[in-house]
Ligand binder design. Structure first.
Ligand SMILES: Nc1ncnc2c1ncn2[C@@H]1O[C@H](COP(=O)(O)OP(=O)(O)O)[C@@H](O)[C@H]1O
Ligand SMILES: O=C(O)C1=C[C@@H](OP(=O)(O)O)[C@@H](O)[C@H](O)C1
Ligand SMILES: [Mg+2]
Length: 166
């Protein structure tokens, strides 16, 4: 089974993708990490060097050209489902799990984060909540095409494992 985690930055795709893969005995892949290895630089560096359009092209080609094992949990970047036909491609090639959280909760988690996400421009507090609310508004129609929509509060691996077998 191929499982793709999708959702806004900070919703927990990387954290929970890894946990679910461990729980199921599946392989784990994070496409942001695959891209960073391929590019030989961090995503923040890639945005600075080549811009967002080039990043979107590369992340889409990585999504479609990676050789996935039979059983795998794949964590995607937050913007990936919203460009090209990436969402349709994932739904045709596996199950998609959207981790749904409010802008306020996302902002709380992202404010604490140490990693740099280039789209967030170092925003904090209320400015960060407003930015997330606006961007999530643009993206939600893509995320809601997921085969499974998960409440991101109180997630457990056992709950996720039950959901993906439905
Ligand atoms: N259930 C949770 N409760 C509280 N914090 C969480 C939870 N899941 C993830 N986090 C934290 O939220 C931040 C973003 O998680 P991450 O897995 O990197 O998200 P994504 O890959 O979706 O951007 C991390 O600091 C992580 O430790
Ligand atoms: O939402 C986005 O457009 C992005 C999300 C990031 O991944 P995470 O969702 O894992 O932070 C990463 O792909 C890049 O910084 C762009
Ligand atoms: Mg991630």
């Amino acid at each position: 089974m191929r499982l793709f985690f999708i959702g806004f930055m900070g919703c927990g795709k990387t954290t929970w993708g890894r946990k679910l893969a461990n729980h199921l005995g599946y392989e784990f892949m994070d496409l942001d990490h695959v891209l960073e290895e391929k590019a030989g630089m961090t995503i923040a560096e890639y945005f600075t060097a080549h811009g967002q359009d080039a990043f979107r092209e590369l992340e889409s080609s990585i999504l479609k050209e990676t050789n996935y094992p039979e059983n795998v949990v794949v964590s995607t970047g937050g913007g990936l489902p919203c460009f090209f036909d990436n969402m349709d491609w994932m739904n045709a090639n596996g199950k998609t799990l959207y981790i749904k959280l409010s802008p306020k909760t996302l902002a709380e988690r992202l404010d604490k984060g140490k990693t740099t996400r280039p789209l967030l421009h170092g925003l904090h507090g209320e400015e960060l909540v407003s930015f997330i609310a606006e961007k999530l508004g643009e993206r939600v129609s893509f995320y809601e095409q997921a085969t499974h929509i998960i409440n991101g509060i109180d997630m457990t691996v056992e709950g996720l494992a039950t959901t993906v077998n439905q």
